[in-house]
Design a protein. Structure first.
Length: 137
């Protein structure tokens, strides 16, 4: 996490940690306080969620890109919460996508196969970023 980035004040989300069951908020805060490259995204997801609880409005929009009859795919989420300039209010969480892997009935994926999918996804992301940079030149 960047040195100048701190967790947002999230009193509404904090309430979700007071119950008898584990809270997803605790996990997000742990990720946001860490030093990995996704920490800023986790922090901005918390900011977006807190704003949603205050305004009682959902800011995530998106859909599903999948394979018919399979159940797996990518669930793209785009944050509609903008500042007065029209920029993302929480830029690190402006686009928050989920990869859902659903094995066919009766089959199971191995950990090694899931690691390969993760590595392939990382390579695709690197290539997409390189293409975007070339287009901007």
């Amino acid at each position: 996490m960047s040195e100048d980035r701190k967790l947002y004040n999230t009193p509404n989300l904090d309430e979700l940690e007071n119950g008898p069951w584990p809270s997803f908020v605790t996990g997000l805060k742990r990720l946001a306080n860490d030093t990995h490259k996704g920490a800023d995204m986790a922090r901005d997801v918390l900011g977006t969620l807190e704003t949603s609880y205050v305004t009682k409005k959902g800011y995530w929009k998106g859909g599903t890109v999948g394979v018919i009859g399979y159940g797996g795919g990518i669930i793209p989420r785009f944050n509609e919460l903008k500042d007065e300039n029209g920029d993302y209010a929480f830029p690190a969480a402006g686009e928050f996508h989920t990869l859902r892997i659903q094995p066919p009935a009766g089959m199971h994926y191995t950990s090694n196969l899931l690691r390969e999918v993760k590595m392939l996804t990382a390579k695709i992301t690197i290539l997409e970023n390189e293409i975007r940079q070339l287009k901007e030149k």
